[in-house]
Design a protein around this ligand. Structure first.
Ligand code: AMP
Length: 962
């Protein structure tokens, strides 16, 4: 400091700390002008300077005799210069900052104590522009001591906010804030430009924007640090690094993502947080149900989905044949893709459900289907892909319809037509049936043609006709073509006589035919009288008339009792009762192929029939592949009748050709033992098969089996054959789960069936499976077969439970007659239970036809979602049997009523010893508890438990009918 009449003196502050002060106290003299100046102070970056003064000032009043001269203020001044001017001092260069007065002054007494009362004053100066400045203190007659002078400026210090660094910033003036841009710290990027404001008070205000750590880096203590090994961060952001997901790793720091382990993959679009996955294993349990030239494939989900949910299925169709290899015994399998005309429903790829229907296959052809489950990474690992393969052989099928018909030539009375062979003949076309009629008429004419053209003669002139064509192969007739319309040319005057000549011609030909028939009948009757009337005659007569030109039918004579046995319209195959043959062995040889016993090898016994054992074995016919067969034998010591009855089954079976009817391979009658050889059904009879696999099939698989049975029964009813003993025990199941109707016979069928019981009218009938009218007055029809089908449906859905459990036959007859029906099996889809109830309509004409049953089941297969609504979700009957006669289910009465309602249970007494205090306790009853009280049969056990639950829900939720 430069002293200009200020004195440096020692003292103590109020805490008695020694201090040095600059003092002046010339209060006794007038015109004082004493100065103290600081050294040159460099301004640095400061704009605005703060000066804090600490001083003491003597109270003028406390100094005697100084009135008028004593002052109680001093002046603070400054001078800006660019350099230090040393001791050079010019008073007028200084500018006054302020006059400083004391807040507190001290008195003589304070002085005596040498205690100084400190005043603190702060003043601002600036903005300054030069490199430095001086401060000066001017005393004009006060008694003042300057204790300290602190000179300072304010700034916002370096800081990091939101991962942006902000430098030291000095505010410019006292009014405005300084906007400062931040810069992102290392390994980070601006999300929004970072900014802050530096206030005049040196405080950072209003942070805006921020920076985010780069991928591979995470925020740690205001910096972006690399992810550790085993962690990754794939995105920009201030989230933490994540641990590598399952089956992936990162060996290095700062990883953006984790690499997949061996044999694990990540699909495009898989997030980095997702575990690495692999292709799924092959689908399981592939089941095929073949229906002529289409097949329904059904499978289960793969055991291992590869850790993904985006599973779809692809079905590849191949036609495979074994090609004999030169010079070796074996052969190689050669496969080629199926024709593009093969239809997949809904499609062949990207299937989300586990079923597909493949149609328009060739008849009698081997196909292999490869079913692959695929997921999002299947394409990345072609070597790991697996598929399940199933090989099938399509059945015989009728030809597809003729679709293209052309009119070649028309005249007044004739027309020439040609057509194109059906797209899928499915065999060799034997001939075509041409059916035509006048557009306004209902009677029609049928012609046959071997080639693809025909000329229709004898038509009316100027008349519109409708025509349909259908092709016939060994498999029967295909569907008819759509109706084709044509018109003959207009009439002329001459045509009237032509028409009348036609009538004359027809009359003559009819008369000739009738005469011929009469002569033939006469001869035959005469012969039958002479030959003890024992021969069966077979006569085909063709009547020709204007409306019905071709109507062949057969006439049989048996012991002179003439009867028209069957009216055969062209193309409609009808079942022929082998008992109408005088010699049943003739029927056998008409319908069954005689096999050489040497072609048959018996392997083992698989069952027991009424006439002998049933064995499995192999049949090898010359130039045919060896096949597995079932062989029914006729045990030794049989009577003629037994032999006839035994072979009657073959005579019946041999007339059928359908994928759901057991196929007859042939019979051995010329050597002993007498045998019936049929295709082999690996899974045996349906009832035991279901019991063995309780609850193991999907609804769609069960419906597939039921559809097969219904389709077989439709075929039988179309043929005019009534089965009479349709039951799960008489259905056989092959390795593809295809169900086939078996056990054909006549009266003997029922004799053979252990379930058959004698009725009051003497016949033996399987009561539980048989319609009431068949039990009551032996009215066996396809409608009574439909009743039995309903029972089979119930058996299938309950996995082989015995219908009506242990109720006696008499109780069953009575209950059914009173309108009671079997309740729905556990988890039975409501639609199937409704079908059962429809089959069990008392009025037989109200029962569905097999054709309708097939179509109902087809609809269910196409819409498997409909199987989800179960009949069990509807209220349950109190009784074992559901009362169908009352339209409204009865509401629950007392507990005692309910117990009464259980009267048909075999365990009715079982409950009499059980004390039940409330519905709650009953509802908790388990099948184990029931076993303890003697109810050991599964059906009633399940039924009682579910009924108790229903009763429980009733008591909790109010009166629901159970
Ligand atoms: P059936 O005399 O036809 O009732 O046959 C008696 C038992 O032999 C059946 O319950 C089946 O277990 C078995 N069986 C009959 N036919 C076949 C077949 N075609 N394939 C396999 N097993 C059969």
């Amino acid at each position: 400091c430069l002293f200009l009449l200020f004195f440096e003196i020692s003292g103590v502050d109020e805490h008695y700390t020694p201090i040095r002060t600059f003092q002046v106290c010339n209060v006794m003299e007038y015109s004082q002008n004493n100065w103290l100046r600081t050294n040159w102070i460099p301004r640095q970056s400061a704009q605005k300077i703060y000066v804090e003064l600490k001083f003491t000032l003597r109270d003028c009043n406390s100094i005697p005799l100084v009135l008028g001269t004593c002052k109680e203020t001093f002046n603070l001044l400054y001078l800006e210069t660019d350099d230090d001017q040393g001791s050079h001092f010019r008073e007028h260069q200084f500018s006054k900052i302020d006059t400083i007065a004391a807040d507190e002054s001290f008195t003589q007494m304070d002085l005596g104590d040498r205690i100084l009362k400190l005043n603190t004053e702060v003043r601002e100066v600036g903005p300054m522009t030069k490199k430095g400045f001086y401060l000066a203190f001017q005393d004009v007659g006060a008694c003042v001591a300057l204790v300290s002078v602190r000179v300072y400026f304010k700034k916002c210090p370096y800081t990091v906010r939101n991962l942006a660094s902000f430098p030291d910033t000095v505010p410019i003036d006292s009014q405005s804030l300084v906007e400062v841009k931040g810069s992102c710290v290392n390994h980070s990027k601006e999300e929004e430009p970072p900014r802050m404001y530096c206030s005049t008070e040196g405080e950072w205000l209003v942070p805006i924007g921020k920076c985010l750590c780069n991928p591979g880096y995470e925020e740690r203590s205001n910096t972006c640090q690399m992810c550790r090994a085993g962690f990754y961060k794939s995105t920009l952001g201030n989230t933490e690094c994540s641990k590598c997901p399952p089956h992936s790793f990162s060996h290095h720091e700062g990883s953006l993502h984790c690499g997949c382990e061996k044999n694990y993959f990540r699909a495009e679009g898989d997030p980095a947080s997702m575990a690495c996955t692999h292709p799924p294993s092959a689908p399981r349990n592939v089941i095929s149900s073949i229906n002529e030239t289409s097949v329904i494939l059904d499978w289960s989900w793969p055991e291992d989905t590869g850790g993904r949910r985006d599973i779809t299925f692809t079905v590849v169709c191949k036609r495979c044949r074994v090609v004999a290899a030169n010079g070796s015994n074996g052969g190689t399998q050669r496969c080629e893709p199926c024709r593009s005309s093969v239809r997949f429903l809904p499609r062949a790829t990207g299937l989300q459900n586990t079923t597909v229907t493949v149609g328009d296959l060739l008849a009698h052809t081997n196909y292999t289907f490869e079913i692959e489950a695929q997921n999002g990474v299947s394409s990345l690992a072609p070597k790991m892909r697996q598929y399940a393969a199933v090989t099938i052989t399509t059945n015989q099928a009728a030809p597809s319809p003729v679709t293209v018909i052309r009119k070649e030539k028309t005249s007044r009375n004739s027309v020439s037509l040609s057509w194109v062979e059906p797209e899928r003949p499915n065999g060799i076309i034997l001939d075509y049936e041409i059916k035509y009629y006048e557009k306004q008429e209902t009677s029609y004419t049928i012609l046959r043609a071997r080639g693809c053209n025909v000329t229709l003669n004898g038509l009316k002139p100027n008349t519109a006709y409708l025509l349909q064509i259908r092709a016939r192969t060994a498999a029967g007739y295909g569907a008819s073509s759509p109706s084709f319309q044509f018109e003959t040319s207009p009439d002329s005057a001459f045509s009237i006589s032509s028409e009348s000549s036609q009538v004359v011609l027809i009359a003559i030909s009819s008369a000739v035919a009738i005469i011929l028939l009469t002569v033939l009948l006469y001869v035959l009757i005469g012969r039958s009288v002479h030959h003890s009337l024992d021969s069966v005659l077979f006569l085909s007569v063709i009547f020709t008339s204007h409306t019905n030109p071709f109507l062949p039918f057969f006439i049989f004579c048996r012991s002179c009792k003439w009867s028209i046995h069957a009216l055969r319209l062209p193309g409609v195959r009808t079942y022929v009762d082998p008992h109408t043959y005088e010699d049943p062995s003739q029927a056998v040889h008409e319908f069954a192929k005689e096999l050489e016993a040497s072609c048959i090898a018996i392997d083992k016994v698989v069952g027991a029939g009424e006439f002998g054992e049933v064995c499995s074995g192999r049949l090898k016919l010359p130039s045919k592949k060896e096949i597995c067969v079932a062989i029914k034998t006729l045990k030794g010591g049989y009577t003629d009748k037994q032999r006839r009855d035994f072979l009657a089954e073959a005579s019946i079976m041999g007339q059928f050709d359908h994928p759901n009817i057991i196929r007859l391979e042939g019979v051995v009658t010329r050597s002993k033992p007498v045998m019936i050889v049929t295709e082999y059904m690996e899974n045996g009879s349906l009832d035991s098969f279901l019991r063995k696999h309780d609850a193991q099939f999907t609804g769609i698989q069960l419906v597939g089996m039921l559809r097969g049975i219904a389709s077989g029964m439709k075929y039988l009813s179309d043929m005019g054959y009534v089965h009479r003993d349709l039951a799960a025990r008489n259905i056989l199941v092959n390795s593809n789960l295809v169900c086939k109707v078996s056990d054909f016979g006549l009266s003997r069928v029922l004799e053979d069936d252990p379930e058959a019981a004698y009725t009051t009218r003497g016949g033996k009938i399987p009561i539980r499976w048989t319609a009431p009218e068949a039990i009551a007055y032996r009215k066996f029809t396809s409608a009574s077969d439909a009743w039995s089908y309903g029972i089979v449906l119930w058996e299938v859905m309950s996995y082989g439970e015995r219908p009506y459990w242990e109720m006696s036959n008499q109780d069953v007859i009575k209950a059914v007659d009173e309108g009671y029906r079997l309740p729905p099996p556990m988890d039975c889809p409501a639609t199937l239970y409704q079908l059962m109830l429809d089959c069990w309509q008392k009025e037989r004409n109200n029962r569905p036809k097999f054709e309708q049953i097939v179509s109902i089941l087809d609809k269910l297969i196409r819409n498997p979602g409909s199987l989800k609504i179960t009949a069990n979700t509807t209220p349950r009957p109190t009784n074992l049997l559901l009362d169908r006669s009352s339209s409204e289910a009865p509401s629950v009465g007392t507990m005692g009523d309910w117990m009464d309602g259980m009267r048909t249970l075999p365990c009715k007494e079982a409950f009499s010893g059980v004390s039940y205090s409330s519905c709650d306790t009953l509802a908790k009853t388990s099948t184990e508890d029931l076993k303890k009280v003697g109810v050991t049969i599964v059906g009633p056990q399940k039924k009682i438990v579910s009924s108790l639950k229903a009763l429980d829900s009733h008591t909790k939720n109010g009166p629901v009918p159970v």
